[in-house]
Write a protein that binds this ligand. Sequence first.
Ligand SMILES: O=P(O)(O)OC[C@H]1O[C@H](OP(=O)(O)OP(=O)(O)O)[C@H](O)[C@@H]1O
Ligand SMILES: NC(=O)CC[C@H](N)C(=O)O
Ligand code: SF4
Ligand SMILES: [Mg+2]
Length: 451
Amino acid sequence: MLMEECGVFGVFLKNEANVSPYIVEGLIALQHRGQEAAGIACSNFKKIELYKKSGTVSQVFNDKVLNEITGTLGIGHVRYSTKGGSSADNAQPFLIKYKNEYFSIAHNGQIENAEKVKRELEKNGTIFMTGSDTELILHILVGKLKTPPHKWTLEEISSIIFENIKPSYSLLILFEDRIIAIRDKKGYRPLSIYEDEYGHYISSEDCGFKFLNPNYKKIREIKPGEAVEISKYEVKSIQHETNEYKHCFFEHVYFARPDSNVFGRNVHLMRERLGQQCAIENPVDADIVVPVMESGFSGALGYSKISGIPIELGLMKNRYIGRTFINPGQTNREIGVRRKLSPIIQVIKNKRIVLIDDSIVRGTTMKRIVDMLKEAGANEVHVRIASPAVKDTCSWGVDIPNKKDLIAQKNIEDIKSEIHADSLGYVSLNGVKEILGSEYKNYCFFCFGGK
Ligand SMILES: O=P(O)(O)OC[C@H]1O[C@H](OP(=O)(O)OP(=O)(O)O)[C@H](O)[C@@H]1O
Ligand SMILES: NC(=O)CC[C@H](N)C(=O)O
Ligand code: SF4
Ligand SMILES: [Mg+2]
C-alpha cells in the first residue's frame, strides 16, 4: 500500500459570499491526497476562524460547522502525515495570533531541513506546539519579520521562505485580508490557480476546480519559485530565480487523480502511456489484461492497446473502502487488500492473465492479489507494473517505508517468487525518458533509483 500526499485548497470570493462550502467542495475533490484529517480556516477580514479534526472531509464537515466558520477568504487542507503523527494536533491548517493579528497556513510537502531549522529555533527560545514540520514555517516568518503581519510584503514572505526552508512545499498562507500561495523552487508538488467572475481559487490539483464548471483555458499552474498574492485589490505574482525543477514522478504514477493535469500533463494519459511502454518492454502471451483497480486502470488500458490483449474487469473494487494505506500495521493492510478487491471468477477462470498495477512498494498488495486470482482459477498470472521499480525512500513528502521494506531491494527473480507471479516486468527509467523527452530532467526519480 502506498501513502498519499496532502491537498491544499484556497478561495477568495469577490462577492463576499461565504467561502467555507466552496473549500469543502475543493477538498472533497482532493480527498485522495489525504484522509487522516481535514480542516478549514476562514477570514472575515477581522478575524480568522478555524475548524479541523481527524477524519475525511465528509466526516469532519457538516452544515452546522460550515455555518460557524464563515468568511470571504479561506484555506483548507486534507492531510496524510509525513512528519509528526496523525494525531489531531498535527492537523492543518495551523492558526496563530501574532501582534494581535491572525494568520494561518496549509502545507503540502515535507521540509528537508526541518530538524536543523527546528534545533536552531529552539536554541533561540521558540516553543513548538506540534510535531509537524509545517509549524516551522510560522516560526520562521515571525522570527524574521518583527512587524505585525499586515505589514509583511509578498517579497519579504517569499524570500524568507525560499532562503530558509528547503523543499518540498506547495503552501497557502491566509492573512486576515489576503491569501498567499507559494510553490518551492523545484516544483516538487503541484499547485494550480483559477479565476472566474466570482473569485480566485487555488488547488493542489486542477480537479479541485471541476465543481465550478471552470473555463479550462483560465486554469494555470503556479510555477516553481512563484509566489502569488490575492487581495481585495489585486492579484500579484513574483517569480524567484530557479535553476532546477524536480517534479515528483510519483504524482503521475499514483498520487494525482487521473482527470487532473499536473506538471503540464494529464495524469490518466501519462499512466496509459506508461502502460504502453510496459507492453513494449515486457511482452507476454496471455488471454486477458486485468487492471488492479483503480489506480492500475489507465496503465492496463495502455498495455492492452499495444499488446492487442483485451482488457477485462477481473477484479472488482469495493468503492466504499478508502485507500488501504490508512490502516496502520501490516496485518490490517493485508486484510485491507481483501476487503477492497475481489475477483470475478467467471472472467478469470482458466485464463492466462496480465495483471497491471501502477506500482509495487512493499509487495503486500500484489502478493495477495496474485494468490486471490490463482485461488479463483487463473492459469497464469503475469505481473506488469506501469512504472519503474521503487527502490528508495523519499525525503520530499511521500511516506515511502524504510529501504529494507521495499520489495525492489531484491532482484527481479526473487520478487517474482515472493509475489507468486509467473513473470514480472516494470517500465525502465530509459523507457520513461523516451516518454518524457527533454522534460525528463525536470522530474525527481530518486525513489525509482534515479536522480
Ligand atoms: O506494494 P504495496 O506496499 O502493497 O503498495 C503498492 C500498492 O499501493 C497502492 O495502492 P493502494 O492500495 O494504496 O491504493 P489504490 O486503491 O488507490 O490503488 C498502489 O496502487 C499499489 O497497488
Ligand atoms: N503529505 C503532506 O504533504 C504532509 C504535510 C506535512 N509534512 C505533514 O506531515 O503534515
Ligand atoms: S523520491 Fe519519489 S516520491 Fe519522493 S519526490 Fe522523488 S519521485 Fe516523488
Ligand atoms: Mg493500488
